[in-house]
Design a protein. Structure first.
Length: 162
């Protein structure tokens, strides 16, 4: 395998339909056992809504949502959405990530991801000459009452395949 190839596991490659991927992620052990549920995934892979339920098993020592679970609920989506929309001519990877905790998570929380055609056009244009592109994407993690509990950021690497 050359460095420019990007492989997807055999079982994961079967999830080409948005509903199959959504259901698969909901039974994927890191999400299933962390109280994380993909509530909505659009057919074009441009909109995702994820929820982390507040349960005794999802709280930390002081009774607020476990920060690792909040981070996990945002982890795979930007990369998946961009990969699905740019297609097989591109290599797409997570490059970096960070999270800022803003307020205690005392209720269930959600995160929403929206990928626009303008962003995809920007990525295609920046990668057109074969150079790597690094772009940050941000999400608020929001409590049921609308309070921002955390902000996550993911840096995505994009390059045209050689």
């Amino acid at each position: 395998m050359s460095r420019s190839e990007q492989r997807v596991g055999a079982i994961k490659s079967l999830a080409t339909h948005h509903r199959t991927l959504q259901h698969g992620m909901n039974v994927w052990p890191p999400f299933l056992f962390s109280g994380i549920r993909v509530q909505r995934m659009s057919a074009d892979f441009r909109h995702v809504r994820v929820r982390l339920r507040r349960l005794p098993a999802t709280t930390n020592y002081v009774g607020t949502l476990f920060g690792g679970s909040m981070f996990a609920m945002t982890d795979p989506f930007w990369m998946l959405m961009i990969l699905r929309n740019l297609g097989p001519g591109y290599v797409v990877w997570d490059k970096a990530a960070e999270i800022e905790f803003v307020a205690p998570g005392r209720s269930s929380v959600t995160a929403t991801f929206d990928l626009t055609e303008d962003v995809l056009d920007e990525l295609r244009e920046a990668a057109a000459d074969g150079q790597k592109v690094l772009r940050w994407f941000e999400n608020d993690i929001v409590a049921d009452d609308g309070t921002v509990v955390a902000r996550s950021r993911k840096q995505i690497y994009v390059r045209r395949k050689r």
